[in-house]
Design a protein around this ligand. Structure first.
Ligand SMILES: Cc1cc2nc3c(=O)[nH]c(=O)nc-3n(C[C@H](O)[C@H](O)[C@H](O)COP(=O)(O)OP(=O)(O)OC[C@H]3O[C@@H](n4cnc5c(N)ncnc54)[C@H](O)[C@@H]3O)c2cc1C
Length: 343
């Protein structure tokens, strides 16, 4: 939200989003495990924690980019890079077109073509063992307070639900099983899978899954670790292209936006691309790695394999949740000041 403020789109995002006042956690029997209070975030960190649908965030960013005259070409797929000139870089696209520029920023996500072309030895993303599904439902009376993320550490899988002020429920599931490689899974098969995985969890979870018109997904969740450098010459990686992580810290999009601001500041203040890219990586790497470690820790208890790991998880969760709240505070306290110089 603070990056969006620097861009002047925070108000539009706040309008389409919903503030979230905290996280409430429960176990498979519906017993409360702990709470993380986020009701003071606006005062402490400059903005409330804001929930927003991905398309609404993208619309707000797109509108602002077009308003400022950014040229956009959709449907162009990068296939090759020409870095042979010392003064420019050329991108070649699948439709045969090309673009030449001073620098190229690869913000092409988890399966980044830019990363593959620039750093052929970079590690591949690793499957985290978790699958994500989600959905939207309405017209339900669930035992979930509006404006709070209700998180269920279930017997076999995890489910998070958020009730908006208009009564819509936005939910996601993380669990251990998904379709086999090459198998197409329709929404009804997905619903059946989730009903089975949550069969021993609080009754409202089943009610929510049954009432959801279309179950969305699956998305296998990946972690990209150990990309040893984020740039070479006039080409630089940002966001998931450089450091994708499982969404268990809920920070991947925020980190991508912070990267964009940090890179813009470095290009503005350092100028020469290779030095600017090095400054950007110095500014960002420790922050990104700390959040990736939190995401891995948060994801670790979501799909207990057997009764012993379930027992251990439930015994340790209250402590982990307290630590998780503190890690969130540290994460939200981070600030990039657009007015400050980086060099
Ligand atoms: C299931 C799931 C849930 C998530 N939930 C959250 C959450 O709650 N909060 C959060 O902060 N993060 C969340 N994330 C993470 C978040 O989605 C990512 O971290 C974020 O989208 C990264 O942004 P990005 O711009 O780097 O990459 P992306 O959003 O992946 O965008 C990459 C873009 O590059 C384009 N592209 C790819 N290849 C090419 C090519 N060859 N040529 C041209 N264009 C190309 C793609 O079409 C896409 O538009 C979630 C991720 C998943 C999978």
């Amino acid at each position: 939200m603070n990056v969006l403020r620097a861009l002047g789109v925070d108000a539009r995002v706040a309008e389409r989003g919903v503030p979230c006042s905290g996280f409430q956690f429960e176990n498979p029997q519906g017993r409360p495990l702990g709470h993380i209070d986020r009701s003071r975030d606006a005062a402490q960190f400059g903005a409330p924690l804001t929930m927003i649908r991905r398309g609404d965030l993208q619309d707000a960013l797109l509108d602002e980019a077009l308003r400022r005259g950014v040229q956009l070409r959709q449907g162009a797929s990068l296939v090759q890079l020409d870095t042979s000139s010392p003064d420019s870089v050329t991108a070649h696209f699948a439709d045969g077109s090309r673009e030449e520029g001073d620098v190229l920023v690869g913000c092409d996500g988890l399966r980044s073509t830019t990363r593959r072309l620039l750093l052929p030895d970079a590690p591949e993303p690793r499957f985290s063992g978790l699958w994500d599904y989600g959905g939207f439902a309405s017209g339900l009376k669930l035992p979930v307070a509006p404006g709070v993320n209700q998180m269920v550490f279930g017997r076999r899988a995890f489910l998070g639900a958020f009730v908006t002020p208009t009564g819509e429920v936005w939910w996601f599931h993380n669990g251990p099983r998904g379709p086999e490689a090459g198998e197409a899974e329709g929404p009804e098969a997905a619903r059946a899978r989730l009903l089975e995985l949550h069969r021993d969890d609080p009754a409202w979870v089943q009610e929510l899954l049954r009432a959801t018109p279309t179950v969305l997904g699956p998305w296998p969740l990946f972690d990209l670790r150990g990309v040893s450098r984020w740039s070479a010459g006039r080409v630089c990686l940002i966001g998931d292209a450089a450091h994708a992580m499982s969404p268990s810290a809920g920070q991947g999009a925020s980190l991508a936006m912070e990267d964009a601001q940090a890179l813009a500041m470095c290009l503005r203040d350092v100028g020469e691309p290779a030095r600017a890219f090095a400054a950007y990586e110095r500014l960002r790497r420790a922050r990104v790695e700390a959040i990736a470690a939190v995401a891995r820790r948060n994801g670790s208890g979501k799909a207990p394999g057997n009764r012993a790991s379930l027992w251990l998880r439930d015994a340790l969760l209250p402590l982990f949740l307290r630590l998780g709240g503190k890690a969130q505070d540290r994460g939200y306290a981070y600030r990039l000041d657009w007015e400050a110089r980086v060099a």
